[in-house]
Design a binder for this molecule. Structure first.
Ligand SMILES: *Cc1c(COP(=O)(O)O)cnc(C)c1O
Length: 232
């Protein structure tokens, strides 16, 4: 079942990229495995899916520790809300933290990454829909945060991440994706990302990833369309 879903999505990524004049290889698929049991991750790994996203630290830690021996090539991205007192664990377990939205957490991650002698990739999460209940920095404050994190030597700031307001219609997400993409371009022009020629845009989920690819996504985060609906 997983492999069929995976092949369908990879084909859709490929077609959407080509139709919008983009290189399909510039788009990576993050399999969001939150609340899915370990067996599903192992199955996905056996289909050569090597990039996974988790939202909850304890759950991620249990899974990662359980399978790391046999799955050296797997990388994990953290995509949930991160508290500073969990920064140590997060810095250890993940290759990228996609949800950095304040200096305090960036500083904590940097300290722990430095102690681990590790370079940690991060994205800045932007609250692109200006929703009260959502995490993320407001777009007008992103530049200042990026300037602050420049001095943190063990972080590599790769780009931006956002989750637009929920809607059943994927077209509703388009203006938000556009806005994030334009913001990333402006910030890249100011030299605020680690690699100005390869700025990551993490946007698009199961229902709207095609629109996200059309608007420049380089990382799409897909759960349900790959694994089926999550257990409660
Ligand atoms: C759960 C989650 C996803 C995946 O959502 P689906 O609709 O299942 O594809 C993507 N990004 C974040 C931040 C999530 O929490």
């Amino acid at each position: 079942m997983f492999n069929k879903n995976l092949q369908t999505i990879l084909q859709q990524i490929h077609d959407t990229a080509v139709n919008s004049g983009r290189d399909p290889k510039s788009i990576r698929l993050l399999a969001v495995s939150k609340r899915m049991p370990l067996d599903n991750i192992i199955e996905a790994y056996s289909c050569n899916q090597l990039l996974f996203g988790e939202n909850y630290l304890q759950e991620a830690s249990d899974k990662i520790n359980a399978i790391t021996q046999n799955t050296a090539k797997i990388s994990w991205h953290f995509i949930g809300h991160l508290q500073s007192n969990k920064a140590k664990q997060a810095a250890k377990l993940f290759s990228m933290i996609e949800t950095v939205d304040r200096f305090k957490i960036a500083k904590a991650l940097n300290n722990h990454a430095s102690q681990l002698d590790k370079f940690l990739e991060i994205l800045i999460q932007v609250n692109i829909g200006r929703e009260k209940q959502k995490a993320g920095i407001l777009e007008e404050d992103a530049q200042q945060l990026l300037e602050q994190v420049q001095g943190l030597s063990n972080l590599r700031v790769r780009g931006l991440m956002a989750m637009p307001p929920f809607s059943a219609d994927p077209e509703t997400s388009r203006p938000y994706f556009k806005k994030l993409s334009q913001l990333a371009e402006q910030l890249a022009a100011k030299g605020l990302f680690a690699d100005p020629d390869k700025v990551e845009l993490s946007m698009g989920m199961s229902r709207d990833f095609k629109v996200a690819i059309e608007e420049g996504a380089t990382l799409i985060r897909i759960g349900t369309a790959l694994f089926g609906s999550r257990p409660k």
